[in-house]
Design a protein around this ligand. Structure first.
Ligand code: HEM
Length: 430
């Protein structure tokens, strides 16, 4: 069973009948079904899911998502009960998690979900902390709270689906229809309802499980936090470096159709292939082979990791490699030494080494939105508030490896901090 379907069953409790639709779908993810597949077009679940995710999380829809996220985030930040005097908080991670989760879910799913289910953020945060236990199949009697929380989440999402469909037309996904509305949020949610309702086995329970999977993304908070800890270097290179160090994604594939060959190794049909983003992120030899000079060892944070001199060329490996590097010029960007602009942000040659978002057909469809969320959350919080860490050593907080292979790594310990509002502080002293 592919890893994503396995997670749908064991983490999100997708009903068995719906699972069978996934298992019977041998038509692939492309618009053209695989040869020999006789699956009816409306039951091509894998294609329908991938197609709609890629469509509604990119291009013009991405612009709407980004704009909506920023305005909702700023609105939520404005309403926080924080004035111009310092207040202590026990944990920066939890603080950012609540704020970014709320704005992100309102952006994707609209505002009505919060009216129907006011405790959704608390329940999502709680459930998220059980994700490793659930995926390691810890017995139910050891984690009853996780199961109760999941039940509440699935029930709440189902109630929201029902209410929003009564008040709004799920079919309004044409280019002229609004890209975002308060009842359903983005068109993506409506598009998912349209195709799922044509499949009898995709019952209201199954549709709730699917959408819980979409909104439960324990991923951006941790990069945003670590990004914040290196606050003076607001740059794309820092973003890439934070994801290299603090995301631990396990990327799993099943050889579904025929025996295959990977780098000279024979992989029989039905075998699992697993890649671990941190193995690649820390592979010293492979980074050197890609032509990167390692100013600092790979287990350390280096804000300049992804910058190269303007004259830098990727070492010649073969004709394809050298052609590719000539065709893809380094992207100029501000660097920590931006006054001289002698360096460029450059990812060429790191395709298999920097894989926090996975790769290939299943590469994370939310990666562009995630990047925006991380950069915007960080920028909005720092423009609105002054933040001081209680202990300077918090900057060296280690990641919690319990979450390894499930995406972003939260910090292993709390990061106490104090905070005050900037504008108010400025007004008060004026
Ligand atoms: C820093 C943030 C994020 C990280 C590190 C991340 C990472 C990943 C990874 C590693 C995968 C599996 C890729 C593979 O198997 O090759 C994935 C899949 C996925 N991600 Fe993300 N993700 C992030 C944010 C998001 C966001 C914001 C969304 C939605 C708005 C999202 C939606 C998805 C979906 C729906 C899939 C399943 C795709 C499929 O199976 O075809 N992710 N993500």
């Amino acid at each position: 069973m592919p890893a994503s379907v396995w997670a749908l069953r064991h983490l999100l409790n997708l009903p068995r009948q719906a699972l069978q639709v996934y298992e019977a779908d041998n038509s692939g993810m492309n618009s053209k079904p695989r040869e020999g597949s006789v699956v009816a077009p409306e039951r091509r679940l894998k294609f329908l899911i991938a197609h709609n995710l890629n469509k509604f999380l990119s291009s013009r829809y991405l612009k709407t998502l980004n704009k909506q996220y920023l305005s909702l985030l700023v609105r939520d930040l404005d309403s926080l009960p924080i004035g111009d005097t310092w207040i202590d908080f026990p944990d920066l991670f939890v603080f950012i998690q609540r704020i970014s989760f709320q704005a992100s879910i309102k952006t994707l799913a609209g505002l009505e979900l919060f009216n129907v289910y006011p405790d959704i953020i608390e329940d999502l945060i709680l459930f998220q902390s059980y994700v490793p236990d659930m995926l390691y199949r810890m017995p139910r009697w050891l984690i009853p709270r996780a199961h109760r929380t999941r039940k509440r989440l699935l029930g709440g999402i189902r109630r929201w689906h029902e209410y929003a469909s009564q008040q709004s037309d799920i079919h309004k996904v044409a280019p002229d229809d609004p890209d975002w509305e308060p009842l359903f949020g983005t068109k993506l949610i409506k598009a998912r309802q349209i195709y799922a309702r044509k499949i009898a086995e995709m019952t209201p329970e199954a549709r709730a499980a699917e959408d819980l999977g979409l909104i439960l993304r324990p991923r951006e908070t941790s990069p945003t936090l670590h990004f914040g800890l290196y606050s003076k270097l607001v740059k794309t290179s820092v973003y890439a470096e934070v994801l290299r160090l603090y995301v631990a994604s396990g990327i799993v594939r099943v050889v579904l159709h025929t025996d295959t060959d990977v780098a000279g190794y024979k992989i029989p049909k039905n075998s699992y292939l697993a890649m671990y983003s941190r193995s690649m992120a820390f592979d010293h030899t492979a980074w050197l082979r890609a032509g990167r000079q390692l100013g600092r060892p790979l287990h350390e944070f280096d804000p300049n990791r992804f910058l190269v001199d303007t004259t830098w060329k990727r070492p010649w490996h073969n004709n394809r490699g050298s052609e590719a590097s000539q065709k893809t010029p380094a992207v100029p960007m501000e660097t920590p030494d931006s006054s001289k602009m002698k360096q460029r942000f450059f990812m060429e040659g790191l395709l298999g080494l920097w894989i926090p978002y996975g790769g290939g057909d299943h590469v994370c469809p939310g990666r562009h939105f995630a990047k925006h969320e991380i950069l915007m959350t960080f920028a909005a919080i720092l423009s609105e508030f002054d933040i001081q860490l209680e202990h300077p050593k918090s900057k060296c907080t280690l990641p919690n490896m319990k979450y390894a292979t499930f995406g972003a790594l939260p910090p292993a310990s709390k990061v106490p901090f104090r905070i005050r509002r900037r504008k108010a502080a400025a007004l008060a002293t004026a």
